[in-house]
Design a binder for this molecule. Structure first.
Ligand SMILES: *Cc1c(COP(=O)(O)O)cnc(C)c1O
Length: 414
């Protein structure tokens, strides 16, 4: 990784397809994904942890286009869903429900019923009240619900506070100190079958150490559980594996594996992973066009046709994504603010960024946007959401049409 986006004769390609050809045909802004890149990332991850009895479940919230979900499920991945909508997408893309995990800190009764009706592999439970609720619904449906309990191990994943999830101050999971009580309670409920223990400590984690801390805590917890006669089949260590946004490459997952394998191999059951970003982030770009450039005595601005509604990571997390000209440029570099058309000063793609001089109609690629890109887009400013395209070798196909203006008011009533 990452050889999926490369210049060939000064033109930026995705695999064998010239990105300018896509921009000219489909228009901008458009998300473009590389099938090869996604599959390579999946293989990297699989290979790194191959000695384990394991299951890799793609966390669909990173990129939930049904073609992307299908791509991973076709390779044998399980699927991690966070809402009824994600579950609906997974089922629509043909995933076998026995490979779907249903996660979420605030599942509604309707979502629980939908998951149980569809025979998902398990529901991950995040509170005592949810245990009671699932038990009651399972009883009404005359079935036994397979569940795992998500524990909050209280470790610092050393990531952006908005995507840290394993600290006691975060809303996720059941406090590990209450864990034993939760498992005892769950096993006392006759319509629940407790199959696993689960954690997910955050996202965009670039060091194995927080995982080591959390897994050690989890395993000593499992050990204590077995002393009171409760055994489990699987241990889910969540997702969160980061990427290098500056170099547009994945973190070296073999370094994680080297630290984690000796630990994880101590567990006799199955290990589940839930990577999202790692599998998709570097395999996506957002194509955008320069509308105008302007300067004042403080700044040079490049105004492009994609905005915070299309791609909110810079605004939300202060994320810094590389930006490339689709036609490799040997013009002088200038330091610019790349901004969108939305009426907010928070609408920027990148600030104080050095880029070869941009002219009107230049096409640019915002790199490493395959995760938490399109899925977080909105219609703010009544902007239509972008198209999505999947490249496979020398071919590409639209996997989501650009929204129409009629789509914008669909469901509204005068
Ligand atoms: C978001 C999430 C993931 C995926 O996180 P990444 O950082 O994209 O790998 C996995 N599991 C759970 C429970 C999540 O909420």
């Amino acid at each position: 990784m990452n050889n999926t986006f490369n210049y060939q004769n000064n033109e930026l390609f995705c695999e064998g397809v010239n990105l300018s050809a896509i921009a000219n045909k489909i228009g901008t802004p458009t998300y473009v994904y590389s099938k090869m890149g996604m599959l390579e990332s999946y293989r990297e991850f699989e290979n790194a942890f191959s000695p384990l009895n394991k299951m890799v479940c793609y966390s669909v919230k990173a990129n939930s286009n049904i073609s992307v979900i299908k791509l991973f499920s076709d390779t044998g991945a399980g699927i991690d869903c966070n809402s009824r909508g994600e579950l609906f997408r997974a089922l629509k893309s043909g995933v076998n429900s026995s490979k779907i995990i249903f996660t979420g800190v605030g599942k509604t009764e309707e979502e629980i019923r939908y998951a149980l009706e569809n025979n998902v592999m398990m529901l991950k439970v995040e509170s005592f009240q949810e245990l009671e609720t699932i038990n009651r619904i399972a009883n009404e449906m005359q079935l036994v619900a397979p569940i795992a309990i998500r524990l909050n191990p209280d470790v610092d994943a050393k990531t952006h506070p908005y995507i840290s999830t394993g600290l006691a101050e975060n809303k996720f999971g059941i406090d590990i100190n209450e864990g034993q009580k939760a498992f005892q309670f769950a096993t006392s409920l006759s319509n629940l079958k407790v199959v696993g223990v689960d954690m997910h400590i955050g996202s965009q984690i670039t060091s194995p150490l927080p995982y080591v801390d959390a897994i050690k805590k989890l395993f000593s917890f499992i050990n204590e559980l077995s002393k009171i006669g409760i055994s489990i089949d699987h241990c889910d260590i969540g997702g969160g594996f980061g990427i290098d946004y500056d170099e547009e490459k994945n973190i070296d997952i073999s370094i994680f594996a080297k630290e984690l394998l000796p630990l994880l191999q101590q567990f006799s059951g199955k290990i589940i992973f839930e990577p999202g970003r790692f599998l998709t982030a570097n395999s996506g770009v957002l194509l955008t066009k320069v509308l105008y450039t302007k300067s004042n005595n403080k700044k040079d601005f490049v105004i492009v046709d994609s905005a915070m509604n299309d791609f909110i990571r810079p605004t939300l997390y202060n994320a810094q994504h590389e930006i490339k000209h689709l036609k490799q440029s040997d013009k002088n570099k200038v330091t610019v603010d790349l901004v969108g058309p939305v009426c907010e000063s928070s609408d920027f793609i990148r600030k104080n960024y050095s880029l070869p001089i941009c002219s009107q109609k230049d096409l640019l690629a915002i790199m490493s946007v395959g995760a938490y890109g399109f899925v977080m887009s909105s219609n703010y400013n009544s902007r239509r959401r972008a198209a999505e395209v999947l490249v496979d070798g020398n071919n590409f196909k639209i996997i989501r049409n650009r929204e129409s203006f009629e789509d914008l008011i669909n469901g509204e009533i005068i």
